[in-house]
Structure formats: structure tokens, C-alpha cells
Design a protein around this ligand. Sequence first.
Ligand code: AMP
Ligand code: MG
Length: 406
Amino acid sequence: MIKVEDALTIILNSIAPLDSETISLSDSLGRVLYEDAFSSGDIPAFDNSGMDGYAIKSSDTVGASNETPKILDVIGEIKAGIAASMETKHGQAIKIMTGAPIPKGADSVIMVEETEKSKVKSQKSKVKIFKEVEYGDNIRKAGEDIKSSELVIQKGTLLKPAHIGMLAALGISRAKVTRKPHVAILATGDELIDVEEQLTHGKLRTSNTYTLYNQILSCGGEPANIGIARDDIGDLEKKINLCRGHDAIVTSGGVSMGDYDLIKDVLVRLGAEIKFWKIAMRPGKPVLFGIMDGKPVFGLPGNPVSSMVSFEMFVMPAILKMLGQKDDSIKEVEAILDEDIKKKKGLRFFLRAQTRWENSGYITKATGPQGSAILKSMMLANSLMILPEDEEFIKKGAKVRVRLLN
Ligand code: AMP
Ligand code: MG
């Protein structure tokens, strides 16, 4: 039996990041950027107006107020998208729209709301300015968002809508991202049926196939459901062989001490090197990890909660490493325990918990019965309480570490 950290170290040391593919920006949500993205020019590329108004010289507005407006000559108009060659001189204003380039000579823009076009017929091209503006007011400077040659998005970043918009702004029309890890899922157990099959006495629907499938999806992998293997060496060999060629294999069930827990033996027969079996944790103690054809194989226990928790603790970090993703999707916080807890010494416990923000800190409480077959406890949880190996009684009010689930 090894410690949780050691298990994770062994797993991560056995895994290399995958190669890349280049995809359209519209398909890149949730993908991981494979190379640093740099800017090739300033964004914005030119000084432009932040408001609809008039491009003017700020010194022409000194003393302007509602009672003592300044009057300027409107010499033209610049729309957004137009490269204007006009110049603002003293006593002049150029009508300007949001996003339009600032004309030469202007050092500020006054909002249209703080002006009034003259109503006198002979003064049609005059504008009244009711407020002083400062030098630079309402001008968006070239490069105020992004400077030329700046490292804008680091490789390993999980792409969210803002990142993708930024890639477009940078003129990067296709994103180079890590290819998705293909992960095979194999459920094992004579008692298992798939959801569309008729449930008969003694049988159980393979819920793990579907939780694992979606856990793989939610951390950026590409799952493949290989089906159900019977607790039989021949069938297990056949189905595990079908998993070969994927970037990783996740099996569920068949790794405990029962007479029909055959995964380990079958993997060895198929040439896998077993790196460890059994971790000092609950749920998830019988987790097995090996390497077959140079690819990781995770033997997760069959109990629904054990399967989910061990996926969260070991398979997810492995997938993130394959993706080259920086670790911002794993979040742990400190929380105050809202109940007394008794646990077994020697094992790290992961309790399904509801963790909430109250006043100025997190408070955490288990989600009812914690048996590792009770999937409801997982469904009601937004977090896992992490209780250290050497503790036995933990009192209400104690500080505990909590993993927030996505
Ligand atoms: P095992 O790890 O094979 O000893 O299975 C432990 C428990 O998990 C048993 O009660 C199984 O029926 C249950 N179990 C195994 N595989 C699955 C699965 N794919 N979906 C839901 N429950 C499962
Ligand atoms: Mg079984």
C-alpha cells in the first residue's frame, strides 16, 4: 500500500504530454494551447476614440461650463473604420465615432452628451462645449490592451471564450492545441448490464461507464466506451486488447481481493508492468496502475464512489499532464468542519461534502451516508473533504482541506 502523493508521483512520472493539432478557433473552447501566443502588433493598432463625440484640443475647453460654453468649428467627421487625413487645429472640432482613429492635432475627445450642435442657421457648423476635458480624455491609446511582441497567452492555457477572442484579435486564425487524449473505458463484472438491457435479479447497471465517460470529457479527454468484460480471463484479455491503441485505459472493477478480481493477473499476462496496487486511501484503496505498450492503465475499483474519487485524484491529473495543461482546474481550499468525524487511522479519507462560503470562510459538511456504493453522496457533493491518514477523531470547528469539484 502506498501513499496518495507517491501514487500520484509515479503516475505523473510515467506520462508524457501528447503532440498537437491545429484547429479552427470555433472548435477550440476547452482545448489546451500547445505553444505560446505572441502579438505581432499593438492592440488597438492606433489611437482611437472611446466615445461618440468630438476630437478636440483639450486646451480649447479651459473654462467651459453650462453657463460659459466654448464654441468650436466642426470641420468634418470621422466614422469608425475610416482612415482620416484631417487635422484638428485650435478652435476646431472633428465629429468622431467610437473606435474611429484620432485625427492629427486632437489630444482628447469630448462626449457628444457634453456638447450641443448650434441651432442658429448661420452657425450650423459650430458646436458648444459645456465641460472641460483633460489631455487624453476618452482616447484609447495604441497598445493599451496588448503591446507588440508581448507574450499574450502561455502554452498550457485552457482556452476559454476570452482567450479565443484574443487569438482572433492577434490574427491567429487557427489554434495549435494539444490533441485530445483518447481514453478507453472498460467496465468489468459478471453482474453488469448496460442501461438499455433488461434488469434481472442479481444484475446491476454499469453506471461507472457513464460517470467515467463524462469525467474524461470534463477534463478534456476523448472517451471511448469499450463495453463490459465478464470476470473471465478470456473475455478480459479480449476486451483489454480492444483498448490497446488508446492513449490511456481506465478499467472499473476487478481489482480488489475477491476470487474474481482478475484485472491485475490479466494485465500482467498481456505484458503490462504493474507500477503499484493499493493506495492508503478510502474510498479507492485497491487502485492499480500500470504501463502497457508504453501507455498508462488505471485499474479503478468498481464501487461507484471509489471509481469517481480515484478518477478525480489520479486519472484527471494524468489527463491534464497529457494535455500539457497548467494546473488551474484543480482547486483545494481550507474549510471549517461543520460536524464531528470519526475515521480509520492509516488511510486518507475523501468524504463527499457540501462546502459553502459563509461570512469570511468556507464551511464543509459531509453529504449523508458515505458508503462507497452510494452514488447519491457524490451527486449531492460539490467537494471532497480530505482527511489526513494519522487522524482518527476530527472535531467540529477544525480546519480541513477540501477539493472543490468542477
Ligand atoms: P469490484 O471492484 O469489481 O469488486 O466491484 C465492487 C462493487 O462495485 C460491486 O458491488 C460491483 O457490483 C460494483 N460495480 C462494479 N462495476 C460497476 C459499474 N461499472 N457500475 C456500477 N457499479 C459497479
Ligand atoms: Mg467485480
